[in-house]
Design a protein around this ligand. Structure first.
Ligand code: SAM
Length: 237
């Protein structure tokens, strides 16, 4: 068997992994070795016996920056060094479902979690870390962002989610958000499930879902709607 998809995480808090990734389908897959994870404690590579890993920024300013030599030593022992290197950063390119798909097709990745004001820029440049953000807000550290990224990636690995078909109709497929979902009871608090969904007419159900997905995307996400329309026009011409 090939080596499973593998994530190496550079962090100052290795004890928080796998955290939420250790439960549900991602946790079961981790147990069944469909993917694997190791975390490197950057504190083990501190410059002194006090555990120092950071220093104040040149040029002044508040906060501390993780030192490049500490990250260099933390990277030194990593096997399979050719995996994509990602630095989680609010300055990064927004992480998308397409990124999750691409990364799920690779052999894994190396993730650098910042803390304080972040990491020395020379590390990002020298080791060609791609900066990736999970959204326009500031977290205390990269670890929660790593959870988010790894959850999105590992559920796409073969065998992790029971029915692969359930991945095909999710939000962001074809740049559309998902249609509304309903389950039993058919009538709840006098609210009925749309008749069409209990009609048994598969073609009409598929059309209704497509229309709903289009309406929701148009109303909520004009940016995605534009991409969807552009794709449709490309197919048309
Ligand atoms: N000084 C940085 C700035 O203004 O861009 C913010 C540093 S933040 C307090 C500490 C660390 O949290 C970052 O180095 C990064 O690893 C992580 N982080 C914070 N927000 C993030 C986000 N939106 N996406 C990914 N990582 C984030």
């Amino acid at each position: 068997m090939n080596n499973p998809w593998h994530a190496t995480i550079l962090t100052l808090f290795p004890e928080i992994f796998p955290g939420p990734l250790g439960v549900s389908v991602t946790g079961k897959a981790l147990q069944n070795k469909l993917w694997s994870l190791d975390s490197i404690n950057m504190r083990d590579h501190a410059i002194d016996q006090h555990g120092t890993v950071d220093d104040s920024p040149f040029g002044g300013g508040a906060g501390m920056v993780i030192r490049p030599d500490v990250i260099e030593k933390s990277l030194a022992g990593i096997q399979q060094n050719d995996r994509p290197r990602i630095y989680l950063s609010p300055r990064g390119r927004p992480f998308t479902q397409n990124d999750a798909k691409k990364l799920a097709k690779s052999s894994g990745c190396i993730i650098l979690c910042g803390r304080y004001e972040g990491v020395d820029q020379r590390v990002i440049d020298h080791y060609a870390f791609e900066e990736v953000s999970i959204g326009d807000y500031i977290l205390t550290g990269g670890e929660l962002a790593a959870y988010v990224m790894l959850d999105a990636i590992t559920r796409l690995l073969p065998g992790v989610v029971g029915k692969a078909a359930s991945l095909e109709e999710e939000s962001f497929e074809n740049n559309l958000l998902e249609y509304p979902q309903y389950t039993r009871p058919q009538c709840w608090k006098d609210l009925k499930v749309p008749d069409i969904l209990v009609s048994g007419h598969h073609k009409n159900i598929a059309n209704w879902r497509q229309e709903q997905a289009e309406q929701i995307t148009k109303a909520r996400r004009p940016d995605l709607w534009k991409l969807y329309e552009d794709e449709c026009n490309k197919d048309y011409y």
